[in-house]
Ligand binder design. Structure first.
Ligand SMILES: [Ca+2]
Ligand SMILES: [Ca+2]
Length: 295
């Protein structure tokens, strides 16, 4: 697993791939209903990470389901917290991981940093509503994805909202947007015609972010163009929890899509087949979720 991932606490071309058709618009609840079908999941892309078990490419059939067009925002998460008094694990543990450059100097001093990934700081008092620690807020980020939510927090939200986390199969089917084996949700080129299509890192990680895509940290959940199924920011912006175990033996849960900290040079996990994992109680400033529902 590579450094931008949050730290812990060529198959037979025979599959029937649904045509994307016109981009779907979400319903009043923000959900997009998808018919399901058979698609080619995973990749054997030479730029992939075999150790993450991205491959082999295999045909998978998924039933109909609905999924959020957007990641859960700070505004939506606030409704949940206001209604239930829920305290996230970041609050209960008393800290969470924040990208060091975002942390004010007085909070950065002495904050613990993982040895392998020293650009993360464990910041006391940081949580979803104070994403960079005490003194920070989300007042200008209500339409950004909620972050610093653990898998357990995300499933608590889902239980309240009558939703569930998508399975990895559902997530990847939805993220592909009807394209067969494309590297990204929009095709194979990272920046078609020079246009940025997702929020990742440009420049030299972790020292210099040129922010060519317009964002150093999170972007609003509706930034950039949606994919062929009408989903926004499946690649980049924030990692998204999925329902599945990544590796039951290690008790970690799957995450998909990459984040604003991903860079082509060292962690291209914004590819649609890419995956990583974290323990269900872990949280960080680049990790959120979107919900799914049965139909
Ligand atoms: Ca960016
Ligand atoms: Ca994402």
């Amino acid at each position: 697993m590579s450094g931008c991932c949050p730290p812990s606490r060529s198959a037979a071309p025979s599959a029937v791939v649904p045509q994307a058709g016109p981009v779907r618009a979400p319903d009043a609840d923000g959900l997009i209903s998808l018919p399901g079908g058979t698609f080619r999941m995973g990749t054997e892309d030479e730029d992939g990470f075999p150790e993450d078990h991205e491959g082999p490419v295999r045909e998978v059939t998924v039933g109909p389901f609905a999924i959020d067009a957007y990641a859960v925002t700070n505004a939506r998460f606030a409704e949940f917290v206001d209604a239930t008094g829920y305290r996230t694990e970041a609050e209960r543990f008393g800290w969470t991981y924040v990208f060091a450059k975002f942390v004010p100097a007085h909070l950065r001093k002495g904050a613990p940093r993982p040895e392998q990934t020293p650009w993360w700081c464990g910041v006391a008092g940081a949580y979803w509503r104070a994403p960079e620690g005490p003194g920070s807020d989300v007042e200008d980020r209500w339409d950004h994805p909620v972050v610093h939510v653990s898998w357990n927090d995300a499933t608590a939200y889902c239980a309240w909202a009558g939703r569930r986390l998508p399975t990895e199969v559902e997530w990847e089917y939805a993220a592909r947007g009807g394209l067969d084996q494309a590297r990204y949700p929009w095709g194979d080129e990272l920046t078609p015609d020079g246009e940025h299509r997702c929020n990742i890192w440009q420049g030299r990680f972790p020292v210099h972010n040129t922010e060519e895509d317009g964002f150093a940290g999170t972007a609003p959940v509706d930034a950039f163009q949606p994919n062929g199924f009408g989903l926004y920011n499946v690649s980049g912006n924030v990692w998204e929890w999925c329902a599945d175990w990544f590796d039951p033996a290690r008790a970690n849960r799957a995450m998909r899509g990459g984040s604003y900290l991903c860079h082509d040079s060292y962690c291209n996990r914004y590819r649609v087949a890419a995956r990583t994992a974290n323990t269900p109680d872990s949280s960080s400033g680049n990790l959120g979720f979107r919900t799914a529902a049965d139909i």
